[in-house]
Design a protein around this ligand. Structure first.
Ligand SMILES: Cc1cc2nc3c(=O)[nH]c(=O)nc-3n(C[C@H](O)[C@H](O)[C@H](O)COP(=O)(O)O)c2cc1C
Length: 728
């Protein structure tokens, strides 16, 4: 089912109307608070008989006593033909003041219940409650998909401010919202008589006058037995009807009592529907539970936040929605291009591929993977698929595997290209599952499965070359990433290094924008994308700081011919750059107290330095640092010493490969300290590795040898979220 589509349209249409329910509901939730504040509760053991006796003595013309859910006792009486209602002090029966049911105008309640439009409005409110339930269910489904299941539900939420607010409030308030919707539906059903509340007929009982006067309430056994805490309502027998009797209601049922001899004439237990009604009222209004009422009020207001952030997300998605030029109708296409994307970036690749194929003379039909099919005339089928959560499909393509399993294999060969991120244990797992399903179904293979890490344009171009070869065309894949809106960052300071491999390096500290477009929240290890003037493709640099540090810091090595690194090296304090943040959720540190084993070399030390800088809670962090020579590329050298002194860094091991007696490479330092590293791994340490692939390879070998005696492997660590690398 198209959950996202359903959620979006329910939100846009019903959500807009539900704003009124949310805001009025929040206002109405103030009433239980006020009632709890005004209530003078009865002493725990006080009997209904005693209460009735006290009130009768104080309130002339008494007809009825009610105990409201808040605990407030209210007496209703007639003074001549003037109805009166008083708040009562149960300890004395004295009048505390006139009772006013609500301080809120009546129309507010009517607006909430019926849009001020009687029964038609009531039906409208019920339909909206159903829509809210639909929104809660679709929202929860999308949330589970995005986070990768129940176990990850409480995990950190990344993304834009709107996304985070939408998901975070959703996580907290979804259940309350669903409960409000369900109880609203129940209350509507009882209002319309769909669920009859008065199941039993009233018993035909009456008092028999025997010439004696009425017994006092204190002489009635049923009232003596009942506690005020149980009481809902007590009706006194009418003075002008000698056959009338006492009638008492509690949560458990209602009873009739003879006025002259005190006998209980009848007792009816509450029906199951009445008991559900009690719960529904409590849960929906919060009357009698002021803390719950507060939460309900907050949930009502949260609808405004949900709506605003939801509309913002919809608008952002609309702006990113694919617009494929020259998209041939399915029936006329010779090449099919299916796309599975959650965040929209894969569509950017699809657009470039589509355009290149069209330029090569193909008639291409591009569409979402949920429409997978292969009519007879098709020559090739291409699938571009991103992976989410714990190796899952993007929401719109959740049923794609089932669809493939149902679709008879065609003659056209298929190529699958996966988009993902190596930080995730299930790297491109959905694309793998697709390729396997297609193979098992009997589709011929056009190209073996390829994977694109972090939307790399270079890797995509390489795959394009392989595709061009098998198709026998020249394909120029002109992929231009859709860039998110940029922020302007100004260089605050720079620290220059001679650098390791002959290329100079620099640590740049950039001020965060105070005006204009702010950067979304980021943490050390996230990526700062910089777009050098005159270029269209951003370059990504690991951040050595988080928002909390108040600046963005990068460590950049100048690469021969590198447009962006050369540009960055030319910056002077006061100069500015255009940048945006890309989250790197797989590499980010998970919370908790587990020790950290940080391993990095060269500029790869930057995010690790950022982790240590942000280690305010003094979690045990151990850094293995590889460089060439102390005077050339010991980035963050001074800070590391300071952090060690103030307890943010527990131990530092350096290896300088070009310094005499410097200790070789970082993996050699690991080997030398095998006992400490082994103990850390055995103690549940999390590992983060950042630097070149060659370094990571050497490090992995040493770690495997240290893990083996523990009965562990790197693959297992990765699976448990204990090992992640950020390589370049
Ligand atoms: C919340 C989240 C979860 C992700 N989970 C995975 C994953 O399990 N495996 C993987 O290879 N990539 C994962 N990725 C990376 C995305 O697949 C990758 O960034 C992809 O290029 C996004 O494409 P899209 O923008 O078209 O959705 C995840 C990204 C995010 C934001």
């Amino acid at each position: 089912m198209a959950w996202k589509w359903l959620h979006r349209w329910l939100g846009l249409v019903a959500g807009t109307l539900a704003l009124v329910l949310g805001i009025t509901g929040a206002a109405l939730s103030l009433d239980p608070l006020r009632n709890a504040w005004l209530a003078a509760p009865a002493a725990p053991g006080l009997s209904v008989a005693t209460l009735a006796q006290r009130v009768q003595a104080q309130v002339p013309g008494l007809e009825e006593i009610r105990r409201l859910p808040s605990g407030m006792v209210v007496a209703f009486a007639f003074d001549g033909d003037q109805p009166q209602a008083w708040r009562i002090d149960p300890a004395t029966g004295a009048r505390l003041g006139a009772y006013q049911p609500s301080m809120l105008p009546r129309w507010l309640k009517n607006l909430h219940r019926s849009w001020l439009a009687g029964d038609a409005g009531r039906i409208g409110s019920a339909v909206l409650a159903l829509a809210m339930l639909g929104l809660s269910v679709t929202g929860l489904t999308l949330l589970l998909r995005r986070m990768g299941g129940w176990r990850q539900l409480a995990g950190a939420v990344r993304g834009t401010l709107a996304q985070r607010l939408h998901v975070l409030t959703g996580r907290v308030l979804l259940l309350v919202l669903a409960l409000s919707a369900i109880t609203a539906l129940w209350l509507s059903a009882t209002t319309f008589g769909l669920v009859p509340l008065d199941a039993w007929p009233e018993p035909d009982v009456h008092s028999v006058p025997n010439g004696r006067p009425d017994l006092a309430p204190g002489q009635l056994p049923l009232l003596q037995r009942l506690r005020v805490q149980e009481l809902r309502k007590l009706n006194l027998p009418a003075a002008d009807d000698p056959q009338d009797s006492w009638q008492v209601s509690t949560g458990a049922g209602q009873g009739w009592v003879e006025r002259y001899n005190g006998q209980t004439l009848a007792w009816q237990d509450a029906t199951p529907a009445q008991r559900v009604q009690d719960w529904a009222l409590l849960l929906h209004t919060g009357d009698g539970a002021w803390a719950w009422a507060l939460l309900l009020g907050a949930t009502g207001l949260s609808i405004v936040l949900f709506w605003t952030t939801g509309v913002l997300l919809w608008w952002q998605a609309r702006r990113l929605a694919p617009r494929i030029a020259d998209n041939s109708p399915l029936a006329q296409a010779d090449t099919l291009l299916f796309v599975a994307s959650e965040g929209g970036s894969t569509w950017g690749f699809a657009q470039a591929l589509h355009a290149a194929l069209v330029r090569a003379g193909r008639r291409v039909h591009s569409t979402g993977l949920e429409h997978f099919c292969a009519p007879p005339g098709v020559r090739q089928v291409l699938v571009l698929a991103a992976t989410y959560g714990d190796g899952q499909a993007p929401a719109h393509a959740a049923r794609a595997l089932e669809r493939i399993a149902r679709t008879p294999a065609g003659a056209a060969p298929v190529a699958v290209l996966g988009f993902g991120d190596r930080q995730f244990p299930a790297y491109c797992a959905f694309a793998e599952a697709l390729a396997q399903a297609l193979r098992e179904r009997g589709w011929p293979e056009l190209l073996p499965l390829e994977r694109i890490h972090q939307q790399s344009p270079q890797e995509f171009a390489r795959w394009g070359e392989a595709l061009a070869q098998v198709l026998g065309h020249t394909l120029v894949l002109d992929y231009r990433p859709r860039l998110p809106p940029m922020s302007e960052l100004t260089l605050r300071s720079r620290q220059d290094f001679a650098g390791g491999a002959g290329d100079p390096a620099v640590i740049l500290r950039l001020s965060l924008p105070q005006a204009g477009r702010r950067l979304p929240r980021f943490v050390a290890g996230d990526l700062l994308a910089i777009v050098a003037p005159g270029t269209a493709v951003p370059r990504y640099y690991s951040l050595a700081s988080g928002t909390a540090d108040g600046f963005a810091e990068l460590c950049v090595r100048r690469r021969a011919g590198g447009l962006c690194s050369t540009f960055l090296h030319g910056l002077q304090p006061g100069d500015s750059v255009q940048a945006f943040v890309r989250p790197n959720p797989g590499f980010a540190l998970a919370g908790g107290k587990a020790p950290l084993l940080l391993i990095g070399a060269g500029t790869g030390v930057a995010p690790l330095a950022g982790f240590i800088r942000g280690n305010a809670r003094r979690r045990p962090m151990h850094l293995f640092y590889g460089a060439r020579a102390p005077e050339r590329d010991f980035f963050f050298g001074q800070e590391l010493q300071d952090w060690q002194a103030d307890g943010r860094l527990h131990s530092l091991h350096t290896a300088f490969s070009r310094a005499p007696g410097g200790g070789g490479h970082v993996q050699d330092a690991l080997q030398r300290n095998a006992a400490q590293v082994g103990a850390l791994l055995a103690g549940g340490a999390h590992v983060r590795v950042c630097g070149s692939r060659a370094m990571a390879h050497g490090v992995a070998q040493v770690l495997e040898t240290l893990l083996a005696p523990l009965g562990l492997s790197l693959a297992q660590l990765k699976e448990r979220g204990r090992y992640a690398e950020d390589l370049f």
